[in-house]
Design a protein around this ligand. Sequence first.
Ligand code: SF4
Ligand code: MG
Length: 335
Amino acid sequence: AAVPRLTDGTALTKKDFTSDQEVRWCPGCGDYAILAAVQGFLPELGLKRENIVFVSGIGCSSRFPYYLDTYGMHSIHGRAPAIATGLAATREDLSVWVVTGDGDALSIGGNHLIHALRRNVNLTILLFNNEIYGLTKGQYSPTSHVGQVTKSTPLGSLDTPFNPVSLALGAEASFVARTMDSDRQHLTSVLRAAAAHRGSALVEIYQNCPIFNDGVFDVLKDRTEAAARILHLADGEEVGTAETVAVRDEQGSLAVVPRDGADPARIVRHDVSATDPSAAFALSRLDSPDLGHVPMGIFRDVSRPTYDDSLREQIASARTGEVTDADIDALLAGR
Ligand code: SF4
Ligand code: MG
């Protein structure tokens, strides 16, 4: 895509977004590829570096802000969405990003994540999912699968994992996507769409941790054909993958069935304008480790009022009423 020029006529490059910090992930970590894709994409925003902020929590992925030459904050475990919400609500001029992992976002910060999504704060949240706690050396996480043997589950995990895409849809997120570290082109196109979205965008990125959970996404890496990469569901498109498709039964309930046996009259079609995210949810349930595929791409991209815009409007309208500016300033300052 064309790189827009800044007001002074210059255009930034990947190099401008690369900091002088030594990158300290393990050799072969998927985070390197994600970092390179993000650094390569950021010039497309057409913003000055000082108008871009990356807020992270705690974990391997949360070292991200050090490596970008933007503003950034390596914050508190699970709390990046809360800090980023404050920033987005008060600084309309900033492009605010959250970088988090499966442990940080879905366990320690589960609450913060779902509430940022339902409020539709204008944030782009990148959730690196390696299905393990990497920084603390290999304990099971909320996305580890049942039976997974880890340092803290020597006999296998008993917990049902979260599907981050389903979770985000359930939290009313207005933009939800899934992509993968090793597919630079797909990752960049998803970043582009997420950045263009106004409101909370949740991007799950499958990320290989070669040290503690190596190769869990290799089955997808080998399937580079377009069928495994549903990029952007357009209005009226079928909800499905190459092998499976969502259908509605007589009662209107959704089920996922093999394509061969699906009754064409019952195939569910995507309605991007719908406020009901059930078609996107059905798509998110299509992942089938047995079939060796997982739907990738943009599951939902709808427009609704953002928290930060609504808050600014409320403050502006309060300022025009009986209340004086001094009253509002005192209120905002907590006096
Ligand atoms: Fe990457 Fe895993 Fe090493 Fe963390 S522990 S830096 S996720 S390879
Ligand atoms: Mg993790």
